[in-house]
Design a protein around this ligand. Structure first.
Ligand SMILES: *[C@@H]1O[C@H](CO)[C@@H](O)[C@H](O)[C@H]1NC(C)=O
Ligand SMILES: *[C@@H]1O[C@H](CO)[C@@H](O)[C@H](O)[C@H]1NC(C)=O
Ligand SMILES: *[C@@H]1O[C@H](CO)[C@@H](O)[C@H](O)[C@H]1NC(C)=O
Ligand SMILES: *[C@@H]1O[C@H](CO)[C@@H](O)[C@H](O)[C@H]1NC(C)=O
Ligand SMILES: *[C@@H]1O[C@H](CO)[C@@H](O)[C@H](O)[C@H]1NC(C)=O
Ligand SMILES: *[C@@H]1O[C@H](CO)[C@@H](O)[C@H](O)[C@H]1NC(C)=O
Ligand SMILES: *[C@@H]1O[C@H](CO)[C@@H](O)[C@H](O)[C@H]1NC(C)=O
Ligand SMILES: *[C@@H]1O[C@H](CO)[C@@H](O)[C@H](O)[C@H]1NC(C)=O
Ligand SMILES: *[C@@H]1O[C@H](CO)[C@@H](O)[C@H](O)[C@H]1NC(C)=O
Ligand SMILES: *[C@@H]1O[C@H](CO)[C@@H](O)[C@H](O)[C@H]1NC(C)=O
Ligand SMILES: *[C@@H]1O[C@H](CO)[C@@H](O)[C@H](O)[C@H]1NC(C)=O
Length: 456
């Protein structure tokens, strides 16, 4: 009887990610079934101590090593009870659920010697902060399948302040680590958790497919330098929904590699759906595309977003040397409040990984539609500055109403950009000609996006 009860308890506690694509009309509409995992162990069974001081890296590594043997037996759960579990970086395994109970906090060590140093990502060629290697992320997945990180609002706290200081005072030896990184993995779920004070990025899926981030809250100190919330990078079939992000730099940033490295790797970020998110960025953008976009970014649908108290709202960034493209993007149902610049598209944004980039590798930006936007307390409506040799085209704005503060220096700035607009206030620049007859064929629309998704 006792065995039966504990078996039922295990069944209730643990689950596996299965994303069923049959009903897809967008990346969030996969039926996400979290099947129970048949086995579960607690990190306590591996000698972990949740006092916030004892280093538990070996306990996490040993627990995961043990749970590897259940991969072909339906998978397993690693349960983290309430407590403060200090650790260095560790790897996950396939068919695993990492479950953080209410009151459980995984704390990243502030001692760099607890973090392995690894090669840069091939699509970047170097670390993001510095040339050369980078610290491995706190929680890693490499070539995995079916992994869930979830909980009852457990917390992953990167204790990033030391890393921010080292970054700011130029004493880092390698690029800063992220909190959770999945590389070349598929069927990944991150849900029902709080992320705090990441050294750099919080959630970074790179070269991944079928990634679902749901109901997570992410925050870091506003002054934290270049901290980013969620970064879908050279990944496809990504859904981000019901999240609240309050961060130093970009809240959500879509990327796909850097200059010659990203062009050579050639893996786009595509088929991304973002909805019902509240985004705040102190010094960057609530929602950013690029500037690293050399593998291309396309087929992105963003809807029902609330962007507030941010430097910029929606920003597209690229520069000569990037190659690649940002295209087939539709963003609708946007509420903006207290934002310095509502929209920005910039063709001279971001640095190069080294001197070997090809200045003639021109990025393409086209088929971008922004519609149904209401903004209050905006300082500048938009700065759309394209590239002379490769102007931004078919940038379309429909039903956009921004209340601009009095004394604003200018409302719209445009150059080397073309497109259409309709019902936009304040009146956009003439580059976005107002046309009722021609816009429908030139502008990217939801039926086009979904028409394509349905074929896949
Ligand atoms: C973590 O995974 C990486 C990539 O597979 C591997 O190189 C590294 O040795 C692993 N680290 C540990 C502690 O298992
Ligand atoms: C979101 O997560 C919290 C715990 O972090 C949970 O209480 C709540 O029910 C979740 N909401 C949804 C919609 O999953
Ligand atoms: C989740 O935890 C964070 C900090 O650990 C707390 O601030 C927040 O209120 C909690 N959210 C819910 C829904 O319980
Ligand atoms: C940089 O910041 C770290 C952490 O606060 C501090 O220990 C170190 O002394 C600083 N280094 C310099 C050169 O200011
Ligand atoms: C960088 O390396 C130097 C020399 O090994 C070391 O003294 C310093 O503590 C390191 N800095 C960090 C932030 O790890
Ligand atoms: C999040 O938590 C809620 C409430 O416990 C649960 O119903 C839901 O299935 C969880 N979602 C995921 C994706 O884990
Ligand atoms: C308007 O937005 C700016 C940020 O762009 C902010 O500093 C200011 O406090 C906001 N004003 C009001 C009245 O909310
Ligand atoms: C607009 O953006 C361009 C390119 O990023 C920049 O050079 C210019 O200063 C910006 N103009 C304003 C008014 O912000
Ligand atoms: C314009 O956008 C607002 C939301 O920003 C929406 O409520 C309204 O229905 C839209 N109007 C049209 C004609 O689509
Ligand atoms: C395009 O940009 C160049 C500078 O990069 C500028 O000289 C030129 O006037 C711009 N063309 C248009 C049509 O805005
Ligand atoms: C519509 O497009 C056609 C062909 O591209 C062009 O000749 C015509 O002037 C355009 N009409 C308007 C109102 O922009």
């Amino acid at each position: 009887m006792k065995m039966l009860v504990s078996l039922l308890l295990l069944l209730a506690l643990s689950n596996a990610a299965k994303i069923n694509g049959e009903e897809s009309d967008g990346q969030c509409d996969y039926k996400l079934t979290l099947d129970p995992r048949p086995h579960s162990v607690s990190i306590l069974e591996f000698g972990a101590v949740g006092d916030g001081k004892t280093l538990n890296t070996i306990a996490f590594r040993n627990a995961i090593f043990y749970l590897k043997s259940f991969a072909d037996k339906g998978g397993a759960q690693l349960y983290v009870p309430p407590g403060r579990w200090l650790t260095g970086s560790f790897n996950l395994t396939s068919h695993l659920t990492l479950f953080l109970e209410k009151g459980a906090v995984i704390l990243g060590s502030q001692d760099p010697s607890h973090w392995e140093v690894v090669e840069p990502l091939p699509s970047y060629g170097r670390g993001i902060d510095l040339p050369g290697g980078r610290y491995r992320s706190l929680i890693n997945g490499y070539m995995l399948h079916d992994v869930v990180i979830t909980g009852d609002n457990g917390t992953i706290d990167g204790q990033g302040s030391a890393w921010w200081d080292w970054y700011s005072n130029h004493s880092l030896n390698y690029s800063r680590p992220h909190l959770v990184e999945f590389v070349a993995s598929e069927y990944v779920v991150v849900s029902n958790l709080t992320f705090l004070n990441a050294p750099a990025y919080n959630i970074h899926p790179v070269y991944c497919s079928y990634v679902h981030v749901q109901n997570v809250s992410v925050s870091a100190c506003p002054y934290s330098p270049h901290t980013v919330g969620i970064v879908p990078d050279s990944s496809d079939y990504v859904c981000i929904e019901d999240c609240i992000i309050d961060i130093g730099y970009d809240a959500i940033s879509l990327k796909s590699g850097w200059d010659e490295y990203g062009i050579a790797y050639g893996r786009p970020t595509t088929n991304v759906h973002i909805r019902r998110v509240h985004l705040k960025s102190y010094s960057g953008a609530s929602l950013a595309f690029g500037s690293e976009m050399s593998g291309g970014i396309s087929d992105v649908h963003v809807e029902q977003v609330h962007l507030y108290n941010s430097f910029s709202g929606i920003e597209f960034r690229t520069t000569n040397g990037r190659g690649g493209y940002i295209k087939r993007i539709i963003i609708s149902d946007v509420e903006m409040e207290n934002i310095y610049m509502a929209f920005a598209a910039s063709g001279d944004c971001g640095s190069h990984p080294d001197d070997n980039y090809d200045p003639n590798a021109l990025p393409v930006m086209a088929h971008i539609t922004l519609q149904d936007v209401i903004g209050t307390n905006i300082t500048i409506a938009g700065n759309l500055t394209g590239i002379h040799e490769s102007p931004f085209t078919s940038v379309c704005l429909f039903n956009v109403s921004l209340s601009i503060i009095s004394g604003s220096p200018t409302s719209w700035v445009c150059s080397n950009v073309s497109g259409f607009s309709e019902s936009v206030y304040p009146e956009p620049c003439p580059d976005l000609e107002c046309s009722y007859s021609n816009s429908s064929s030139a502008c990217f629309s939801l039926p086009e996006l979904n028409g394509k998704s349905a074929v896949i």
